[in-house]
Design a protein around this ligand. Structure first.
Ligand code: SAM
Length: 214
């Protein structure tokens, strides 16, 4: 993603009631943040937030947390939620590098993790930075409930193949996968499109999806 600095975005995020910063970890405290014991679903690398904001509006009984590294991207998600009639009570945004995700959530605090159109990091030497690498699956293993799962979508076939190959060495189980989500009657049910998904599927790229659990 090409990033343009958005002046004032860091300050606006720091002051926004829906935002939490990496410096203020909420591990073990999320149910207090939301004021209820509803399940917690997170999206790592949420970008401009269309996916998680839509899910939060559709499912008020689930708490959603979008994680994004860059203020200049996160601010776009905030602009969208600010334009809504009321701020969704079940939605929060965290500005952080997901490398440190285990500081932000306690053991088994999260019920589901979404990864959508994650950065491919095409060079072999950067493979550990891919959000579906065994390194990241190890981090998710700590914060996810035993019965929880990870859902990943991408149009990048190399990244998808790499991700499929990470499942077994990480000690995870491949529950379902497709190389063409939008033509898969079962997996496409209730699918909520992300910004990148809309862009790439409109260009004719098939969308791949996998679901993994322990
Ligand atoms: N999920 C969105 C979608 O599908 O439209 C955005 C996809 S965009 C290609 C990937 C996003 O993940 C970018 O906004 C990027 O800044 C964010 N990202 C990449 N690595 C990250 C990390 N380690 N921690 C948090 N966010 C990250």
């Amino acid at each position: 993603m090409r990033l343009r600095n958005v002046p004032g975005s860091r300050e606006a995020i720091a002051e926004h009631p829906l935002c939490i910063l990496e410096e203020n970890p909420q591990a073990g405290n999320w149910h207090t943040v939301f004021g209820n014991n509803h399940p917690i679903h997170i999206e790592v690398g949420m970008g401009k937030g269309q996916f998680i904001t839509t899910l939060a509006q559709q499912n008020p009984e689930i708490n959603y947390i979008g994680i994004e590294k860059y203020s200049s991207v996160l601010i776009r998600a905030l602009e969208k939620t600010d334009a809504l009639e009321t701020l969704p009570e079940n939605l929060r945004f965290v500005r952080m590098d997901a490398e440190n995700i285990c500081n932000m959530f306690a053991e088994h605090e999260v019920d589901r993790i979404y990864l959508n159109f994650s950065d491919p990091w095409p060079k072999d030497r950067h493979a550990k930075r891919r959000l579906t690498s065994t390194t990241y699956l190890g981090r998710y293993d700590k914060i996810l409930k035993p019965e929880g799962h990870v859902e990943f979508k991408t149009d990048n076939k190399d990244l998808f193949q790499f991700s499929l190959e990470q499942v077994e060495p990480a000690g995870w189980h491949l529950d379902a996968f497709t190389w063409d989500l939008h033509h898969d009657e079962t997996l496409n049910q209730g699918n909520v499109m992300t910004e990148y998904e809309q862009k790439f599927s409109s260009m004719g790229n098939p969308i791949c999806k996998l679901i993994v659990s322990r």
